[in-house]
Design a protein around this ligand. Sequence first.
Ligand code: PEP
Ligand code: MN
Length: 349
Amino acid sequence: MVVVMSPDATDEDVAHVVEKVESVGGEAFVSKGVVRTIIGLVGDIESFHHLNLRTLKGVADVHRISDPYKLVSRQHHPDRSTVWVGRPGQQVPIGPETFTFIAGPCAVESPQQTLEAAQMAKSAGATILRGGAYKPRTSPYAFQGLGIAGLEILGAVGEATGLPIVTEVVDARDVAVVAEHADMLQVGTRNMANFGLLQAVGDAGRPVLLKRGMTATIEEWLMAAEYIAQRGNLDVVLCERGIRTFEPSTRNTLDISAVPVVQATSHLPIIVDPSHASGRKDLVVPLSRAAIAVGADGVIVDVHPTPETALCDGPQALLGAELRDLAQAVRRLPDLVGRRPAVAAGAVS
Ligand code: PEP
Ligand code: MN
């Protein structure tokens, strides 16, 4: 932490800051410039916060140098992490060596629709199945998901296809039942700052897919990940899914730069959701290509056997030619950036 004194600060003001810092066991290094004095602090940052240094006479500003998150930061964990998803024998990696393709329906609607979507996903090369049983809808009148019946369908389809399952949990009270049926718990954009839910998924003993809040800064997002990590669960994968901007052509604006920015500061894997970022199926393939090129650790994409009848997000669901284009991009492009498609451990790629 660095304290910047104002140009008219007196020697007494500087001495007072030093005294305060030392009173909580910290060290203060004073550096006098021609116009200003700055003081470098070394010690426990939380105890410095309690000093309210900005309120002291002669203090112009206080800057934090180290990251506010610790467990998810690369400062303490320089190597990027790999998170494994699935039961023993079918675990799929998400991390820096591979490129993981996750696909499935936005919502679980029926056993038939989920199985067909899973088969489409699998034949396109996806190795993890997505699908929502609990849907966080903006309108209370919209389809809210099948709940436990949806989890059971996902479990059966996962069993039938051999694909591990990622599904969203929207309420801390449902974490246990979702963790019983799913291999990975998703926290959606609307719940990124639901700290009770983050703590509950942190305790659930399953990897977590943490989507970026649609109005969250990268730092706020990483602090949300820190809530999960603090419960002892470091198996967190971040998902950039677009942020709200003034641009109406797409549902959200995909912040592609978030990928390298996050990778520079956090060891957690990060994937991209081009479907929820754009809301448009014609943009899913180009944005997936961008995700691969920028070094993302994977993509998560909506597919549906009959998008025209989808109960949720039909306009962004892929099938047919777009899905074939996506499959081809995921098969070929990761190699150009030194990655290989992620398959289950022990499976032949
Ligand atoms: C989803 O993946 O089904 C979803 C609702 O995404 P988001 O939270 O990013 O809107
Ligand atoms: Mn959706």
